[in-house]
Design a protein around this ligand. Structure first.
Ligand SMILES: [Zn+2]
Length: 71
């Protein structure tokens, strides 16, 4: 088990203490299916909050944001 987490965009190591992530990050996992050119592969990456903010600035339509009261 690799317990170091890096942002895939900027390469920065995310802050961890005793294997617990001390900052939140965007974690993506996508298993591509039959109609893609990446059939049957699982892609996953982590994006730190700063890089996430930069990424969504590029979006024409911003992400849907919903307030979550219970986690
Ligand atoms: Zn980053």
């Amino acid at each position: 088990m690799n317990n170091k987490v890096f942002c895939n965009v900027c390469g920065r190591q995310l802050h961890m203490k005793n294997d617990i992530l001390l900052e939140d990050a965007f974690e993506a996992k996508k298993q591509w299916g039959y109609f893609s050119k990446k059939d049957a592969t699982l892609h996953s990456f982590v994006i730190c909050e700063e890089c996430y903010d930069e990424m969504i600035k590029q979006f024409i339509i911003p992400p849907e944001v919903t307030n979550v009261t219970e986690l």
